[in-house]
Every structure is written in structure tokens, then in C-alpha cells.
Design a protein around this ligand. Structure first.
Ligand code: HXC
Length: 534
């Protein structure tokens, strides 16, 4: 029997009751419908969900929101498909509503896989749209939990329309309220594009899967055998495609990540992130700081060690940890206030900039700028990665996004050059010309048009050709070049660097700059929007 018929029959079954009894019956009917709605696709499908190691939509909400704060809306919505063979379920495969997470108002939609595989039809889409409209109007983050077979096949074009409406809301919400989505099951077809339009995607290991077309279709169309995990598992999207910003070990870890992430973000674009006073003194110095940098400039080191020694209590929430590891981005606090950190990572590709790292950093900068989060940049990069692969795949197009994003950003921007800053990468990594506000450099910084080796092969080509011992000559010339050009003082003389600082005082110097810049206001010429080279 269909769920809606059950409820109506209950009402009609008691025609001649007294007033109180009538009210009692109405309450009973309500409770009955409520129970039906809360049972989703029924006991068997809930058991199937659990047997796959997944929680139900309601269990997920309980994990996320503060106890007793969730108010469900559109609980009794059902589909209105003309296909009468499709069972009607209260809620239509989605649980939506609002609540608080660590005291912060959020709007939530959670797909219920136990109902028609969490597929999205017309009415389910309307529920999401309603939630997103509330979030935009009230200025509160919106969180989506996905576990869905995509467009509901039985609802045809109505389902596609539904996705279109959601994509429109994703775009309207972008830059207005933070949008976070988590993949906690298969997300197929339309169920992947909406998350991709949000600010952050978290995928749960071995559970979350995202693909436009599943393995069966891939086999059919391309005769390729590929597993669900390989095609669209958390590892694939965290390391290769960059779709996933975070990988969670399990659903509990996923909810913790959402909570941590929210703690760094404001409610909306006209709000400030919460200030969380820590126990870390703003004027703390780190006498060991310079030793984190190897003496040999060709030796890699872990930039995250430097970041952690500078930010409050060493706490750094890295975004896109496994993607384009040659650049590090993420959130931290300095003197209690959220900052977005962007830093080259000399441990990977010597910290060179390439296609993926440019995309990664540019998107992060734009998020920070949209949500009033100051940007702190640490530089140690030999430049843009050369080579056929990079050129053919569009390093020019992608690399320019980084320039665009820094130029466009009007939040306070503080840059500190630690090591190499050669050529285009010096300009790209938050230089004064791209309108960074305060630019520091360590005495170890090397700011030049080219790295020593590349430079001398060009300017001393003839000397090297004529030399009897080219290797020794090259070494000698490289040293001379480094001593003469590869230091921060030439840039400091010209004002491109505001101050050369002792590494140990990096934290207090950055905090002082951020405090001075807190009231910064910077305009840009009116435009509808820029045209970043996507
Ligand atoms: C209707 C669906 C459905 C869908 C799953 N179900 N997907 N019903 N529309 N899209 C139903 C199944 O019939 C089944 O119902 C229940 O959900 C559970 O599905 P299973 O296949 O048994 O589960 P599982 O083995 O875990 O596989 C999950 C899955 C698979 C990988 C998601 O169901 C799947 O491949 N579904 C189709 C994916 C897809 O191609 N979607 C359309 C994409 S096109 P019963 O009653 O048996 O429990 C699209 C276009 C949008 O989204 C474009 C916008 C730009």
C-alpha cells in the first residue's frame, strides 16, 4: 500500500467521535504519518544501508547538529509523478531543515538513499531549493549530505528541471553563504554537479563515490572496465581530479571536519569569522624558526612545519591536502582570527607552480576574498614548472588564474618570502604588484628574474662554452649570481619588499600587519564580473 493512502484511511475510519476523541485521533494520525516519514524506505532498506556501513539520513543529522535543535521542514512532501507505479514516500527521499552546529545556524539537506536510492525528483528538488533560498535570505551556511542515484529516472524531465533549479541556487549562494557538501554514498549524474558548485566537498573513504556516469555506462560506451572506487572514490577525487577538498575516514570524522571547517568561516559574506581567543601569545617568537629551513637551497623541507610554528597553537586545517601537493592551502588562526594560508611546498616539485597548484590556490584565494578572510602567503618557489605537458595542458591559462585571483582579492593580504621567489612566480605569489598590502622577506629570500643556474646559462652562455671545465665555471658563476642578485635587498631597496625580518619574529610581524590592516577598504572599478581565464 502506498504511504499516502495509509494516512487518509486513518482519518476516514473514525467518522463519529467526540471532540476530544476526534482531536486524539488527529494527533494519532499525525504521529502515524510522522512515524512513516521517519522510517524512510522502511526497515529492510535501512538494514541494507547499515550493512553497507552507512548511516541513515536522520542518523547523519543527529551526528551533525546540536542536540534538539533540528527542525525538519517538508517532511510530508511526496512526489507527484504521473508514473503511478512509483511508491510515494513521505519526504520523497530527502530530509531537510535547519538547526545549529556548535551554536551556529545552518540549513541542511540530506539525501535518503533508502527511498528510491536517494534519486532526485521534482518535489525533492523543490525541498533543496527551499532550503537554499532560506540560507541565502537569512545569511546562513548550507550543508548538503549526498547519497544519491542522481536524476529520478521515473520523473524524466521534471527531475532534470529540479537539478537546473538547484544549480541556479548554488550559483546565487556562491560568495554569499558558505556551501559545504559531503559525499556519503554514491553520487551519480546530477548529484555530482551541485556539490562541485559548492565551496567545499568532503568525501568519506570507501563510501563516498562521485561520477557523472557509472562503471556500467563506461563499459558500454568505452568498453573500459573500471571499479566504482577507481572511477570516483574518495582517493581518486582527492588526489587526481581535485573534486574532493577533504577525505574523511568515516562518517563521524566527516561531521567533525564539517564542524572544524565551519569554525573558521563567517555565516555569510557580510559577516566576520568567529574570533576564538587561544592560549598562544601574539608576540610569541620562535628561535628555532630559521633552522626549519635547510642551509642548502636545493634541499626540500616541509613548509607545513613553518606554517604550524607561526599560527595559533600550531593548528592548521589543510584544504586539498592530497591534491597538487606542491602548494599548501588551508585555514588557521592568528591572534584568534581566521586567516587563509597559501604556501609553496618545497617538498613536492621543489614548490614549483603548475596547472593544478594554480587552480587550487586561485580557488582558495577567491573563497577567502568572498568571505572576508585575510590571506597570508609564504613563498618559496623556483617558478612555473616548465615542460611540454604543462604547456600543452594549458599552464598559461591555468597559471593566469592565480594572478587574477590575487589581483581581484581585496581582503588584507600579507606575504612573506622565505626562500626562492623567481620570475613569474615571484609576481604570482602575492607580490606587491598584485596588491599585497604588506610584504616581508626573510634574509634567506632569493628574489630574482631567474634561478642562478638558469640565469647563468643565458647570460654566460659564451663563457661556459669556452671554459675548459664547464661544471666548475658554472658553479662559480652560480655562486656569484646568487651573492649578487639572489637576496631580498634589491627588492627591499625598490619597495617591493616592505621589510626584511628575522625569521624568529615572523608570527608577531604578521599579526601586527593583520591588525593594522583589519579596517582595510579597497574598491575596484564597477563591473558585472571579471572574466578569469577558466
Ligand atoms: C530511480 C533509482 C535511481 C535513479 C537508483 N535507484 N538510482 N531509482 N532513479 N536514478 C533505485 C534502484 O532502482 C533501487 O530501488 C534503489 O534505488 C537502490 O539502488 P541499487 O542499484 O539497488 O543500489 P546500489 O547497488 O547501491 O547502486 C547505487 C547506484 C545505482 C550506483 C547509484 O543505483 C545506479 O547506478 N543508479 C543509476 C545512476 C544513474 O545513472 N542515475 C541517473 C544519472 S543521469 P529498489 O526499489 O530496488 O530498492 C542524471 C542527469 C542529471 O542524473 C544531469 C544534470 C546536469
Amino acid at each position: 500500500m502506498k504511504q499516502d493512502n495509509l494516512a487518509v484511511m486513518n482519518l476516514l475510519a473514525f467518522p463519529s467521535l467526540t471532540c476530544t476523541a476526534m482531536h486524539d485521533e488527529k494527533i494519532k494520525t499525525l504521529n502515524h504519518i510522522k512515524e512513516l516519514a521517519e522510517s524512510g524506505g522502511g526497515k529492510e532498506r535501512i538494514e541494507a544501508q547499515h550493512s553497507k556501513g552507512k548511516l541513515t539520513a536522520r542518523e547523519r543529522i543527529d551526528l551533525l547538529v546540536d542536540e534538539g535543535t533540528f527542525i525538519e521542514i517538508d517532511k510530508y512532501v511526496t512526489h507527484r509523478s504521473e508514473d503511478t507505479s512509483t511508491t510515494k514516500y513521505y519526504g520523497d527521499g530527502l530530509v531537510t531543515g535547519f538547526g545549529t552546529v556548535n551554536g551556529r545556524r545552518v540549513f541542511i539537506y540530506v539525501y535518503d538513499f533508502t527511498v528510491l536510492g536517494g534519486s532526485l525528483g521534482e518535489m525533492a528538488a523543490r525541498k533543496i531549493v527551499k532550503i537554499m533560498d532560506h540560507a541565502i535570505r537569512t545569511g546562513a551556511p548550507v550543508i548538503g549530505i549526498l547519497d544519491s542515484g542522481g536524476a529520478r529516472i521515473q520523473e524524466g524531465v521534471m527531475s532534470l528541471d529540479g537539478y537546473g533549479e538547484i544549480f541556479f541556487r548554488n550559483t546565487m549562494a556562491s560568495g554569499v553563504v558558505p556551501q559545504i557538501t559531503a559525499s556519503m554514498g554514491p553520487c551519480a549524474g546530477g548529484a555530482v554537479y551541485s556539490p562541485a558548485m559548492t565551496d567545499f566537498v568532503i568525501m568519506v573513504e570507501n563510501i563516498g563515490q562521485m561520477f557523472v556516469t557509472g562503471p556500467e555506462v563506461v563499459k558500454e560506451v568505452l568498453s573500459q572496465e573500471v571499479s566504482f572506487e577507481d572511477l570516483g572514490g574518495a582517493k581518486t577525487h582527492a588526489t587526481k581530479s581535485g573534486v574532493a577538498h577533504f577525505v574523511a575516514k568515516n562518517e563521524y570524522d566527516c561531521m567533525d571536519t564539517i564542524k572544524r571547517l565551519l569554525s573558521y568561516l563567517p555565516q555569510n559574506n557580510s559577516d566576520e569569522s568567529p574570533v576564538i581567543e587561544g592560549t598562544d601569545a601574539p608576540n610569541r617568537i620562535d628561535a628555532n624558526m630559521v633552522n626549519l629551513l635547510p642551509e642548502n637551497p636545493y634541499q626540500g623541507y616541509d613548509m607545513k612545519e613553518i606554517i604550524k610554528s607561526i599560527v595559533d597553537n600550531g593548528q592548521f586545517l589543510e584544504v586539498h591536502e592530497l591534491f597538487a601537493e606542491n602548494i599548501v592551502v588551508g585555514f588557521a588562526r592568528m591572534a584568534g582570527r581566521s586567516v587563509g594560508i597559501i604556501a609553496n611546498q618545497p617538498m613536492y616539485l621543489a614548490g614549483a607552480l603548475d596547472i593544478n597548484s594554480s587552480d587550487k590556490a586561485a580557488r582558495f584565494i577567491r573563497f577567502c576574498d568572498a568571505f572576508n578572510i585575510p590571506i597570508v602567503t609564504f613563498v618559496d618557489t623556483p617558478g612555473y614548472l616548465p615542460g611540454r605537458d604543462q604547456e600543452h595542458n594549458g599552464i598559461i591559462r591555468h597559471g593566469s588564474k592565480l594572478l587574477f585571483a590575487y589581483c581581484e582579492a581585496t581582503v588584507p593580504k600579507v606575504t612573506c618570502i622565505i626562500g626562492k621567489a623567481y620570475g613569474g612566480a615571484y609576481i604570482a605569489m602575492g607580490s606587491k604588484n598584485l596588491r599585497a598590502d604588506v610584504n616581508y622577506a626573510w634574509p634567506t629570500a632569493e628574489i630574482a628574474v631567474l634561478g642562478p643556474e638558469a640565469a647563468i646559462t643565458i647570460i654566460h652562455r659564451r663563457d661556459l662554452k669556452q671554459s675548459a671545465d664547464a661544471i666548475t665555471t658554472k658553479k662559480k658563476l652560480a655562486k656569484e649570481y646568487r651573492d649578487k642578485f639572489a637576496n631580498p635587498y634589491i627588492a627591499a631597496e625598490k619597495g617591493g619588499i616592505d621589510l626584511v625580518i628575522d625569521p624568529l619574529e615572523t608570527r608577531p610581524m604578521i599579526i601586527s600587519a593583520l591588525e593594522a590592516l583589519a579596517s582595510k577598504k579597497e574598491g575596484r572599478p564597477w563591473k558585472k564580473h571579471g572574466n578569469m581565464n577558466l
